[in-house]
Design a binder for this molecule. Sequence first.
Ligand code: KG4
Ligand code: ZN
Length: 320
Amino acid sequence: MLTLAFETSCDETSAAVVDENLKILSNVVSSQIDIHKRFGGVVPEVASRNHLLAIESVTQEALLRAGVTLDAIGKIAATTHPGLAGAVMVGRVFAESIAAARNLPFIDVNHVVGHIASCMISQSPAGRHPSILEGKRLAPPFLALVVSGGHTALYKVHTFKKISLLASTTDDACGEAFDKVAKVLGLPYPGGPEISKQAAKFNRNTDLIFMPNANYKKTKDFSYSGLKTAVLNYVNRKKQKNEPLDIPAICYAFQREAIGQLVAKTPKSNLPLTICGGVAANAYLREQFPGAFFPEPGLCGDNAAMIGAAAILFKGAEIK
Ligand code: KG4
Ligand code: ZN
């Protein structure tokens, strides 16, 4: 049976066709990044309007690339929460309308569960099979660290039905901090890939800039506002003294602290660890977590294939 899945919770309009083995037949992602770039971040109402403009052609493209028509689809899935209210609504209503018109079951998916499901899709050369079906890799129970622009949280996935929250950010999400720091440094939105690129230019054998980020150490939860302010203060002090900014050095120092916090706060456990969400595409992060399970970089950001995977593997799952 094929699932037609939708994701519109933020600034990506996406539709995918996925089979019951989590093989991705198509995964079309239309990003609004260029539209929001000029505002330095996502403008919710602009996002909703652009989802409306894109969703029909994105859906047609997903069916076309999968080589099927709607007649071949057995169920419909969409992100229904959490996300920007108007943006989520566009995908949800579009998906529910197809389900109603075609008399197909509709499966609502929690966006965060979608990110967690992205770790279950492995990209073997023979096709895209869920890790669990390969018999050697990931199966609950495991820990899932979701690191994106909207979320920074650690979960325990007990079973495919039961997920519990262990820790989350008390202020900014990690990706949000990347985006805000990039803005302060005059780098384009989204900041994560830009900061990562700049940080890679830093010579790790030279002196590090100190970025105090003591706040988070007091609790089990994550915190990024202190680190963001530390960068802002550093940049302001430099500007006041008319000193030049060493962008690669600042980006490296920030990234080291931002990712270092994730390493410090993730408990050492016998359970496997999966890391997903937009920031999980970061090469430095991957280096710092040897042994963790990652989705392929193309499945880290928001996409509908992960929503389809969640509808199949995690149907009815609740986060408590
Ligand atoms: O998962 P995602 O597409 O959307 C949300 O659910 O938030 O994540 C987007 C976030 C943005 O904050 C972006 O800057 C960040 O992921 N990001 C990265 C990288 N690629 C994307 N952060 C650090 N390094 C990257 N390579
Ligand atoms: Zn996301």
